[in-house]
Write a protein that binds this ligand. Sequence first.
Ligand SMILES: [Zn+2]
Ligand SMILES: [Zn+2]
Ligand SMILES: [Zn+2]
Length: 394
Amino acid sequence: MVFLFGGNKRSDVTATNKEGLVGAMTIAWDDVYKRNVIMWKVPRNIRMNDNIVVREDEIAVFYRDGKVLAYIDRPDRYALTSQNAPILGGLIQALSGVKQQAEVFYIQKKVFDGKFGSKQPYQFRDKEFGFVNLRVFGEFRYRVNDPANFINQFVGTLNYQTSAEVEERIKEQMVVLVYDALGHLKEKGMGVTDLAANLTTIEHVVLEKSKDHFGMYGVEINKVSGLYINLPEEVQKAVDARASMQVLGVNYMQYQTGQAMRDAAQNPSGGAAGAGVGVGAGFGAGYVMMGTMAQSMQQPPPGQATPAQTPQPQGKPCIKCGANVPPGAKFCPSCGAKQEETLNCPNCKAEVSANAKFCPNCGQPVKATVKCPKCSAENQPGAKFCANCGEKLQ
Ligand SMILES: [Zn+2]
Ligand SMILES: [Zn+2]
Ligand SMILES: [Zn+2]
């Protein structure tokens, strides 16, 4: 008599079988139940004198007391009798005797295509944006490459009995792997704004890491593709802004300077970075600053970088009334107030007061020259003696 099993239910015939000592029941996995199911547990334990059918695309694993007894991956119809002991070896031995049974799991050999996606966001600690919540999605291809490890891990360790539980676990582990890869690349200096341009690299790193990681599950990852990393809206805006910066001709250093000035403006004591300042609001300020800088870059004199400045087509605002004062003018054309003379730091080009001795931005002496008190010759800043007459200068 032949009874075929399939899916999660036994047929009426097999359900009413008395399951006597001499079972002689034939067990097989119906093709109609195989689609997208990586593993199936036969609902009835197997024992001596049963027959088991193993097809080309599947592996039968025999399991008892928390570990795999044996598995068969060559297609055939096997009669579990002592006559087959030379072929089936330890399995026949294990099944011999009264009530010696084993659970049977079928596993498909073929590759499966799966999709993964994070349920919980990943906190990426970015040096520019602080903690950024990421979500990752992707596709992968996998297969069982070690049936004993596979059953020991999923059934023995995790007590999973269904294919759905197994697949869920594999997908979760894929997400973990992507997170691992992100952490690894972050150590190497990858920032959150670099992620989008490096998805293929990340896929490769994940695939490489999968060998060790999935080895203990008896699973092999053949392919990782379609990786997508979802950035929070405000970070995505920053990525877009960076693209516009390139159009404006502002480089990354200038962008960073804009960010630093924004931080300083928000928190005079310093240390705004990473202190939980809202990235959205902060970035907005930074972005306005960028606009200012982009304009500054395009007008002479170059390198105006005073935070108090607002965008002006030319010149700068009057220190008293805010009206536009043309470049070089000593007095405001609107209110007549004397404008403080400024010059650019010879070191960093920041605009500083003409009366300042040191640049407030970089700390270097800002006077281009030092006048000798004796002969009035102009000397290099920091010079100890006059190059003209030898007079001690300081
Ligand atoms: Zn004025
Ligand atoms: Zn300076
Ligand atoms: Zn001199």
